[in-house]
Design a protein around this ligand. Sequence first.
Ligand code: UD1
Length: 423
Amino acid sequence: MDSIVVKGGRELNGQIHIAGAKNAALALMPATLLSEEPLTLTNAPRLSDMKTMAELLRSLGAEITALQDGKVQVMSTHGAINTTADYDIVRKMRASNLVLGPLLAREGHAIVSLPGGCAIGARPMDIHTDGLEKMGASIELKDGYLHAKAAGGKLKGAVIDFPFASVGATENLMMAATLAKGTTVINNAAREPEIVDLATCLRAMGAQIEGDGTSRIEIQGVDRLGGATHPVVTDRIELGTYMLAPVFTGGEIECIGGRMHLVESFVEKLDAAGVDVTETKLGLKVKRRGDRPRAVDVTTEPFPGFPTDLQAQMMAMLCIADGKSVLTETIFENRFMHAPELIRMGADIEVHGNTATVTGVDKMKGAPVMATDLRASVSLILAGLASEGETIVNRVYHLDRGYEHVEEKLGAVGAQIERITGK
Ligand code: UD1
């Protein structure tokens, strides 16, 4: 298994290009199941999760060609398709559950493995299945698989009130509703930029959707969807991650492709922590004002609140901030697994349930560490940039799921970082 070695203490300066959003692309790819015509995604991120989604879609009958080193994905799902999403692929990645809505909408039935829990929490699918049931589907759990069938072979429009603004459920239901009979309204829908990106692509394919980006989305079902070419929105989580890099090290980084509206709540916290962010023609420029960031309290929330996917990286920064910060995680029940690893690097963190109190230290020290999830791994790399000595981050396969060429991107702006290829 590969590991990443970081030697701390180097100031970072220059530009980092931000990729297309993983979480948007993983919802956009299953949209190919809704149409017989080709769907082309440009600005696709080159990540192992994209390969997993391609493997799943191919197993269902889609043809997928990756062009320009994976940056362009051409997908086509014409003819007969298989409606069973197998456990062996689904278990690798929770976003696999996003094929359920499209399969059910197109074929009227689907058998999709439940993804199972993951390191950060149990992550059930009740909001997805309750919504599909409201649209006339009957869903049964047998042998770990959801067996779903639309009454009369076609989903019907419905008014669906989500108990929580789930991102995945909003995406699944929005896709399902595009081909349903009649109008579907999703109340308390998620408002993430990735939802808007998916709705924009579906509209380009001929779907009738209004209200994406607000908590009420209305979808008028149509008989068929066509093809489209769609550029994937910038990855606001990769953006936020690299925006933090100069806060750890000093220097100035311009994140190319970054836009303020994608990271407003995050930028508010950076400002309170003593970090300047300015919008340029090409992206966002970041520089810390003093020698050290200041402590700041953070609570994760659905968009437009502070994203849970930047919580680990923010915690790493608060470890070297001046003062005491309280971090509260409200989205996932078990998302502080990076804390014990950061403590091994000299951080002062106390975790009580869903809050963590971080007392900043002057300097952290490099150590061998490992991560249990994607955002946790990158938080350890960021901490390594500001630590004395060498940090070795193991289990890099987590990182490769969501960050393309992290060592090249950070290396190009001055970091001492390399990948050691294991067996
Ligand atoms: C998506 C993102 C993930 C991000 C998360 C929250 C993708 C591929 N992943 O995940 O990176 O951290 O949004 O911003 O886009 N829940 C239920 N029942 C359900 C669905 C969700 O109880 O049917 C709970 C989950 O267990 C979790 C919370 O709701 O505690 C948020 O989940 P959700 O918004 O659905 O996240 P995902 O779509 O899985």
